[in-house]
Write a protein that binds this ligand. Structure first.
Ligand code: ADP
Length: 721
């Protein structure tokens, strides 16, 4: 289906139930008229297709959906309703949303994309790859995460002259500054610090960068398209290599439209046909200009494609892990248009500045209107979103179901069979997409192999998540089981949560059971340990209370914040030389009555709260720690004390010390609990989510036990670092 280029978007859109006029009445011939009619009737069937636009502010998105594809627009929040076929949101998507989707539904984000789209995550991921492949990943300016890498960063002053500092999670140039002096940086503040590319390629004496649109339409395996059109955004003040006098000239050093458009020098584009004038131009016009200057644009483009693919390689395992929640062999339920910001230096080398997961679809100039309308339309075509495809997918599912009913068993596919099915889908997609890619170019899969990068990033990911450590633990535990009984008795059961879906189920079951029990009798319920590969009974999952969206923190955010928090906490406890062993980290949610029955160890919580609150944007307060964990805390702390105070103590001394110390700690925690009760817990926004963390070397005999994966990740990370 080729897009309807003749439908012009002028920046405005108002939805109405009425039939819109056919804007192209003057057909040249009967044949053309028939062709158009046929296309129109095909598109008319799309009226049954629901596009949820409840969470997009962009007129151009709604316009394309309604006017070009004839979808029915739906405005009910997409998380509250599940009858949409296609959802376009301006915000990140939760893994939970994906988990609820059916195979014919599509959404315009991948859960987990924060790993590229947040400056600090992008920095961390690319730095890790750079360490292993310094030359292959030299497209990313050297970057330091502050404050954690402050000391190393400090050493750089004198070597390079100018650095650019960016707030971790902002955009549009907000809060960015250039510096040549370390004293101007607060050593405790969170920044992404980067070497400043001081010799950028200039056009008309101005610095510019490119906004390139990349479509990821599959993560397992990766499937990437580059849009052939994009934007070039120019600074509005002539460029001078940075010196102490011009570091503050944002309209010279920053190319953000949001910054430069307010400069009186800014020339707006007023005609989509004149794309090569002003301070925002089409990307193609810039390439043409460079070609006219005999610059090697083909090489530049090849380098840019290579850079894009390598960037995705660095996070592919994260995306894939998030995607395992759906059985989607076609690999096509999520897609995402990412804005890659590329700076070219004077030797025509491209640098990646950042990746935007919600690139602006503001259309305040004819150039924006033209490019963005076509970009969105081409994306919908490429994703094959139409009634016919929807019906085929549903039919396919029905057939599978029927087959299952007839044979009376759930056919489990082997890895090889799954691989074959995936390949078949991929082939179908190749065929369809090669005919329907509009202005997109497929850049991955391609003839060059990126396997070594993918493999390395998988290795990093596994190290980070502790998957390889768990594998070793598994081996160990097999060995232990083969040893005499008395030894293995002291080993608590071990949980291995290989799949994220298991993590959710596990965490959810804990939420509903022991962490904040409604009465004391229930406390033991949550002690079950999920064994590897074991599924939770479905009824436990059904009992999860509905999420209150007003107070719900996206899992991704939560995950980020808690990872950061844990690191902070480790640094904090190390500094204090103190052992805070088990913490219950909480994902906030509206106050839960069960909380009132939980036991709180206020003292620890207060400490954590002090650390977490400045870096956490979560609404609410961190207040909870279940008694069960307090007990464990006591026991583990005691174990640790024993270990550190005397390695030679004999068994009975050990037991005695253990008992006394445990008692003391439990008494103390109960006292704290009473105090905390006096302070009252009302008004807390709490959803207990991930609990238990050990921050230093485990005491003898201690094993990870029923800890959610997330915490295990950190546990193992910090344990072995
Ligand atoms: P934001 O998301 O706030 O736009 P960016 O990382 O894109 O942050 O940076 C904003 C602008 O600063 C870029 O458009 C570019 O002009 C300039 N810039 C960013 N990083 C560098 C760098 N390392 N060297 C030179 N200029 C840079």
């Amino acid at each position: 289906m080729k897009q309807e280029k003749e439908i012009i978007f002028n920046g405005d859109f108002e939805d109405s139930e009425e039939e819109e006029d056919d804007q192209s009445q003057d057909y040249e011939s009967d044949e053309e008229l028939n062709k158009k009619k046929k296309k129109k009737s095909l598109l008319n069937t799309n009226k049954n297709l629901i596009m949820n636009v409840s969470d997009t502010q962009y007129a151009v998105v709604k316009f394309v959906g309604k006017m070009i594809y004839k979808f029915k627009l739906q405005y009910v929040p997409y998380q509250e309703i599940n009858n949409w076929d296609f959802c376009w949101t301006d915000n990140a998507v939760l893994p939970e949303t994906l988990a609820k989707m059916q195979s014919h539904q599509k959404i315009n984000h991948f859960p987990g994309m924060y790993s590229l789209a947040r400056k600090n995550h992008l920095g961390k991921n690319l730095n890790k790859m750079q360490k292993q492949f310094p030359e292959e990943y030299d497209f990313y300016p050297r970057t330091w995460m502050l404050p954690s890498e402050y000391n190393d960063f400090k050493q750089q002053f004198g070597k390079a002259k100018t650095f650019i500092l960016k707030p971790e999670a902002s955009c549009q140039g907000k809060g960015i500054f250039l510096t040549r002096c370390i004293e101007s940086i607060n050593p405790t503040e969170h920044y992404v610090a980067q070497r400043y590319i001081h010799k950028p390629l200039l056009i008309d004496g101005l610095k510019f960068d490119l906004r390139m649109y990349v479509l990821i339409c599959g993560c397992d395996p990766l499937r990437l398209y580059l849009y052939k059109e994009g934007l070039a955004r120019f600074a509005t003040q002539a460029y001078i290599v940075p010196n102490t006098n011009n570091l503050d000239d944002v309209c010279m050093h920053l190319t953000n439209y949001a910054i430069n458009k307010d400069n009186p020098n800014f020339i707006f584009n007023s005609d989509e046909k004149k794309m090569d004038v002003g301070h925002k131009r089409s990307m193609s016009s810039v390439f043409q200009l460079l070609r006219d200057q005999n610059q090697n644009v083909d090489q530049l483009l090849a380098d840019i494609k290579d850079l894009i693919i390598k960037t995705f390689c660095s996070v592919q395992p994260i995306l894939q892990q998030n995607y395992t929640q759906v059985d989607n062999y076609a690999n096509n339920m999520c897609f995402e248009i990412l804005g890659f910001d590329i700076l070219i230096d004077s030797s025509l080398k491209p640098y990646l500045l950042e990746v935007n997961h919600t690139p602006s679809f503001t259309t305040d100039t004819p150039l924006d209107q033209y490019i963005k309308k076509n970009l969105i339309a081409d994306t919908i075509t490429l994703m094959n979103i139409n009634v016919k495809t929807k019906n085929e997918v549903i039919q396919q599912k029905k057939d599978e179901m029927q087959k299952r009913v007839l044979t009376g068993k759930k056919t489990k596919l082997s890895i090889e069979e799954k691989k074959q099915i995936k390949l078949q889908f991929q082939k179908q997609r190749d065929e369809y997409e090669s005919q329907n890619k509009g202005n997109y170019e497929l850049i991955y899969p391609c003839s060059k192999s990126y396997e070594e990068f993918l493999q390395h990033s998988l290795k990093i990911y596994e190290e980070w998540t502790g998957a390889n450590i768990r594998r070793n633990q598994k081996k160990e535990s097999i060995q232990i089981n083969q040893e005499p009984q008395n030894k293995s008795q002291s080993q608590p059961k071990k949980i291995i949560l290989e799949k994220k879906s298991n993590l959710y189920k596990h965490v959810q079951s804990r939420i509903n059971t022991n962490l904040f029990p409604t009465n004391k009798n229930e406390q033991t319920k949550g002690n079950e340990v999920i064994q590897e590969g074991e599924e939770q009974p479905p009824n436990q999952i059904n009992t999860i209370p509905e999420v209150d969206n007003d107070h719900f923190v996206p899992y991704e955010d939560y995950q980020q914040q808690s990872l950061e928090s844990i690191k902070e906490l480790c640094a904090y406890t190390e500094k204090r030389g103190r052992e805070l062993q088990i913490l219950d980290l909480i994902q906030y949610r509206k106050v839960d009555n069960r909380l009132n029955n939980s036991h709180i160890q206020q003292q620890n919580v207060q400490n954590i709260q002090n650390i977490l609150s400045p870096i956490s944007q979560i609404k609410g307060v961190l207040q909870g720690m279940a008694i069960k964990n307090v007990k464990q805390f006591a026991i583990r702390k005691n174990n640790k004390n024993i270990k550190s105070s005397s390695k030679q103590i004999n068994e009975s001394e050990h037991d005695k010390l253990y008992e006394n110390s445990s008692k003391q700690l439990i008494l103390q925690s109960q006292l704290n609990y009473q105090q905390s009760n006096q302070q009252g817990l009302n008004g807390a926004y709490i959803k207990p989510k991930v609990f238990s963390l050990k921050l230093s070397h485990p005491p003898k005999g201690y094993k990870l036990q029923s800890l959610p994966l997330l915490i295990q990740q950190n546990y193992t990370k910090f344990r072995y670092e």
